[in-house]
Write a protein that binds this ligand. Sequence first.
Ligand SMILES: NC(=O)c1ccc[n+]([C@@H]2O[C@H](COP(=O)([O-])OP(=O)(O)OC[C@H]3O[C@@H](n4cnc5c(N)ncnc54)[C@H](OP(=O)(O)O)[C@@H]3O)[C@@H](O)[C@H]2O)c1
Length: 241
Amino acid sequence: MTRVMIAGGFGKLGLAIQAGLENSTFEIAGILSGRPHDSAYPVWTELTAIDQTADIFLDVSTPATVYENALWAIAHDMAVVIGATGLTDTQITDLEARATRGVLIVPNFSLSAVLLMQLSELAVRYFPDVEVVEAHDARKIDAPSGTAVLTAKRIAAARQQAPTPTSDDAARGERIADVPVHALRLPGYIAQQTVYFGGLDEQLTLTQSTTSRAAFVPGVLRALQGVTTLDGLKIGLEHVL
Ligand SMILES: NC(=O)c1ccc[n+]([C@@H]2O[C@H](COP(=O)([O-])OP(=O)(O)OC[C@H]3O[C@@H](n4cnc5c(N)ncnc54)[C@H](OP(=O)(O)O)[C@@H]3O)[C@@H](O)[C@H]2O)c1
């Protein structure tokens, strides 16, 4: 069995992953966490306390801890999957230089979100007029979401014709790479994103949504299956699909 060490394994995403790895081909070698937790697995609260090895280090901890954890895992000869946010461009460049095995940074484990971006890259070749609307729970602090920003940048990079000029009134959304992005923050919503394309007398609308953190588990499993085949650092689940 492939052994996986999880950083942040008792967080909201980490608990969904713990459940998802049961009855899989992966064995949890232990969990690095901020505080002690009762668990069937070894639990450490300091990197220096870790007394097990693993094939893969999976990080779903916090922006404050993700870089130090990745340095430690690379130095201990593990493949690394990073789902936690917060790495700076400088830190990513540094990890890329140090990577001796596969290091996969996954900004979004949701298969539907990854496919939405890929399908949007295809659609924008034919429909250059496009806007992104994302909706999340009111407690989400950042806006627009990282996925919406990435979607807009990827759409812009794939767009082959200039869009029809429009006004830049505030109500027209934030321009990200010349793609208007609108962020809704409302109770009752979890996480969804729609990309609207408009053409001559026709429209195309692509929508994805996730309704619980369990939605990330299939993507996590694919990342764990694929990371050991990678050479060096890659960004995006699409590298293992
Ligand atoms: N890539 C994706 O698809 C995706 C999806 C959802 C979330 N995320 C990201 O994943 C991360 C976790 O999200 P979440 O919603 O699960 O957050 P969360 O519920 O706040 O969980 C964070 C966990 O990190 C742990 N932690 C704190 N200090 C630590 C340390 N020094 N070493 C290891 N673990 C430590 C905490 O442990 P204690 O419980 O012991 O305090 C907590 O369980 C965030 O960066 C989030 O943005 C990514």
